[in-house]
Design a protein around this ligand. Structure first.
Ligand SMILES: [Fe+2]
Ligand SMILES: [Fe+2]
Length: 282
C-alpha cells in the first residue's frame, strides 16, 4: 500500500518551493514572438545567471570570433531553446544543493542533468515534438530522491550507498524504509508546485510508464528512456536491469523497435558530451 500525496506531505512536513526563476521560465513559451525578450529580462534579474549565460555563450564550444557582451547576442548565439535550458538547469540545480552537498547530491544532480539531456536529444533524433518538456521533466524526474536526502540525510544516504554498491530495487527499499518511495514523494512535491500535469505524471510514473494517463504516456516514456541511458553510462544510482521493465514499456508506448531505439540512443549519447559541458559547469 503506497501513501497518497497528502499523506506523504503530512509525514514529511514542509517541502521546498520551485525556484522563482524556474517558475517564470516555464511560462515563457518558445512559440511567442516576444519570448526572447522575456527570457532576457528574466536572466537580467539575476546577476550570477547573467554572468553565467555570457560565459557559456563565449565558451570555445560556440567558436566565437568576437566576444559576446550583451544578453541579446548571447541568446542569439546559444539559440532560444539552449538558452532556456541553461536557465532552467541553473535554477533547478539549487534544489539539489540544499542539504550538505556531498557526493550523493552531486550524483543526483548529474543524473538529473544527463537524463534531461539524453531524453531530449533522443526526442529530437526521433523528431518527437516534446523536446523542451522532456528536458524539464528529466531534470526533476527523481526530485523525490532529493527530498528524501534532505529530510533523512543519514538514513537515505546509507540506502543510496547500499544501492550504488550492491544494486537492488531502489523503490522497494525506499518503501520498506520510509513507507513511501521517491516517485510518490516527487508527486507530492510536484502537486504543491502545480506546474504541469505532464511533468507530475513523469515524476510519478517514470518507473512504470503504462500507469500514466494516455495524455502523458509518451512524455513519461521519453523520460524513462533518458533515465535508462543515464544509468547505462553509470550516471546515477541503481543498475540498468532494474529499469528493464520500464524501458520495455516505454518502447512499446512509443512504438519503437530495438534497432530504431539503438540508433537514436547512439545519436543522443553522442550529443551528450558537448551539452553536458555546456550546462554542468555552474
Ligand atoms: Fe526514479
Ligand atoms: Fe532516475
Amino acid at each position: 500500500m503506497t501513501m497518497s500525496p497528502q499523506e506523504v506531505i503530512h509525514n514529511l512536513g514542509d517541502l521546498p518551493p520551485l525556484p522563482r526563476v524556474a517558475t517564470r521560465v516555464i511560462r515563457i513559451s518558445a512559440a511567442s514572438e516576444t519570448s526572447s525578450e522575456e527570457l532576457q529580462n528574466l536572466i537580467r534579474t539575476d546577476q550570477a545567471l547573467t554572468a553565467q549565460v555570457l560565459k557559456i555563450a563565449n565558451s570555445a564550444l560556440f567558436g566565437r570570433v568576437r566576444e559576446v557582451t550583451t544578453l541579446t547576442q548571447a541568446i542569439l548565439t546559444l539559440g532560444f531553446s539552449t538558452a532556456r535550458s541553461v536557465v532552467l538547469a541553473s535554477s533547478v540545480k539549487n534544489l539539489f544543493t540544499r542539504g550538505p552537498v556531498g557526493l550523493q547530491e552531486r550524483i543526483l544532480w548529474e543524473h538529473a542533468l544527463v537524463t534531461a539531456l539524453t531524453g531530449s536529444a533522443f526526442s529530437q533524433a526521433m523528431a518527437f515534438p516534446q523536446t523542451e518538456e522532456v528536458f524539464l521533466a528529466g531534470l526533476v524526474h527523481d526530485i523525490g530522491k532529493s527530498v528524501l536526502a534532505l529530510k533523512f540525510p543519514d538514513h537515505y544516504g546509507t540506502l543510496l550507498r547500499r544501492i550504488k554498491e550492491q544494486g537492488g530495487d531502489g523503490l522497494t527499499l525506499e518503501l520498506e524504509a520510509f513507507g513511501f518511495d521517491h516517485a510518490t514523494v516527487g508527486e507530492a512535491l510536484l502537486r504543491s508546485w502545480n506546474i504541469a500535469p505532464g511533468i507530475e505524471a513523469v515524476v510519478r510514473w517514470h518507473h512504470d510508464p503504462l500507469q500514466a494517463s494516455p495524455d502523458h504516456r509518451r512524455l513519461v516514456a521519453l523520460v524513462a528512456l533518458g533515465n535508462q541511458m543515464a544509468i547505462d553510462i553509470q550516471v546515477g544510482f541503481g543498475g540498468p536491469d532494474t529499469l528493464a521493465r520500464a524501458t520495455r514499456a516505454a518502447l512499446d508506448i512509443l512504438g519503437l523497435d530495438d534497432a530504431t531505439y539503438q540508433e537514436a540512443r547512439t545519436s543522443a549519447l553522442g550529443a551528450l558530451e558537448r551539452d553536458k559541458a555546456l550546462i554542468a559547469d555552474f
